[in-house]
Design a protein around this ligand. Structure first.
Ligand SMILES: *Cc1c(COP(=O)(O)O)cnc(C)c1O
Length: 359
């Protein structure tokens, strides 16, 4: 398997000249800045946001580099992981020609982003116990296959993929393998960032949206070789991470104590939720989870979902996706939320007038 990044890249991206601002030519902090048509007086907010933010997010990347034990030139930051996904399509896939492989059931954005970019998607379903089928995946590859998306721990099933299967795809495919580790902080494994050096065709995505509790700030991370990262940096919107996000995250990342406390509490609540679900008549199966949610099989799931909504309890109906018939995906909430959910679910499932659940 030989990986040739130049061959993978869309030719016009290779020749593209990125946007450059005057501040690319002057990197000093002090000076009279009359180059960017900003408001010199300040902002209408209490804090000032009148100056454009650092397009390279240098401070933030230094911190993330330390945290993740990778060099800063192996880090791309996006406006959520979704931005990284979109940029990957735009960098590597010629619309209407190149294709990518996904393994349903999985995160919906890969297919949506492919659709937006007019890139055909090949689907190689996971096994019924939600594991990769590496031989089938590699058999689906053709000359125009540019990327394979692996989600581990997987959304919506919650399991992690067997490492040997991931490795055989990494070794057997000469395009880009993207491993989405949005839930890695809840998992009992370190994931694939530590082996980045060994695989020039590997890109790992993580996010601050889940464990770190920063979904509203929109910060997604991609880790890959400096060459791949340089391509993403070249085509990203110059100021894709807002100044507010950069400042807030720089301050927050040092607070790993709070992260650990929250992770501990979520594990406690998760275990409790699992026990409660397993002790609920009418719940058929709770799938094992390496994430902060459970895939749960409940006969008449769609009707149960509707009844929950009527009680203002919102879960995710996954009953329409591969291998997930009659399944709901339930996020681990706080103690009060989980209690209210379980109480309501039990009332719905115990309702003697079950006619509503029978269609
Ligand atoms: C939640 C989630 C993300 C997060 O996306 P952001 O845009 O960073 O908020 C990415 N991948 C998967 C599989 C997810 O479930």
């Amino acid at each position: 398997m030989d990986f040739d990044l130049k061959k993978l890249l869309r030719p016009h991206i290779a020749g593209l000249k990125p946007y450059s601002s005057a501040r690319d030519e002057y990197s000093g902090k002090a000076g009279v800045f009359l180059d960017a048509n900003e408001n010199p007086l300040g902002s209408i907010t209490r804090e000032n946001y009148n100056r454009y933010p650092d397009p390279y997010q240098s401070l933030l990347k230094e911190q993330i580099a330390e945290l993740k034990k990778v060099s800063a030139d192996r880090i791309f930051l996006g406006n959520g992981s979704d931005e990284a996904i979109d940029l990957l399509f735009r960098a590597f896939c010629r619309p209407g020609i190149d294709n990518v492989i996904i393994m349903p059931p999985t995160y919906g954005m890969y297919e949506v982003s492919a659709g937006i970019n007019d890139v055909p998607v090949k689907k190689v379903p996971l096994s019924p116990d939600f594991q990769l089928e590496p031989r089938e995946v590699l058999a689906a590859v053709n000359a125009d296959t540019k990327m394979i998306f692996i989600c581990s721990p997987n959304n919506p099933s919650g399991n992690k993929m067997q490492r040997a299967s991931v490795l055989s795809i990494l070794r057997g495919f000469s395009g880009l393998v993207i491993i989405d580790e949005a839930y890695i902080d809840f998992s009992d494994e370190p994931g694939f960032v530590p082996v980045l050096d060994e695989f020039p065709n590997l890109l790992v995505m993580q996010t601050l949206s889940k464990a770190w509790g920063l979904a509203a700030l929109r910060l997604g991370m991609a880790f890959a070789s400096p060459e791949i990262i340089a391509i993403l940096n070249k085509i990203k919107p110059p100021y894709n991470i807002s100044g507010l996000t950069q400042n807030t995250v720089v301050e927050a990342l040092v607070n790993t104590k709070k992260l650990q406390e929250m992770m501990h509490e979520i594990q406690v609540q998760k275990e409790n939720l699992r026990l409660q679900l397993e002790n609920t008549a009418g719940v058929e199966k709770v799938y094992p989870s390496q994430a902060n949610f459970f895939l749960v099989k409940i006969p008449h799931a769609k009707a149960v979902y509707q009844r929950l909504i009527e009680k203002k309890i919102i879960v995710r109906d996954r009953s329409g996706v591969y291998h997930c018939g009659d399944c709901l995906r339930i996020t681990v909430g706080n103690e009060r939320e989980n209690e209210e959910f379980i109480r309501t679910l039990r009332a719905i499932l115990a309702d003697p007038n079950r006619s509503g659940l029978d269609h």
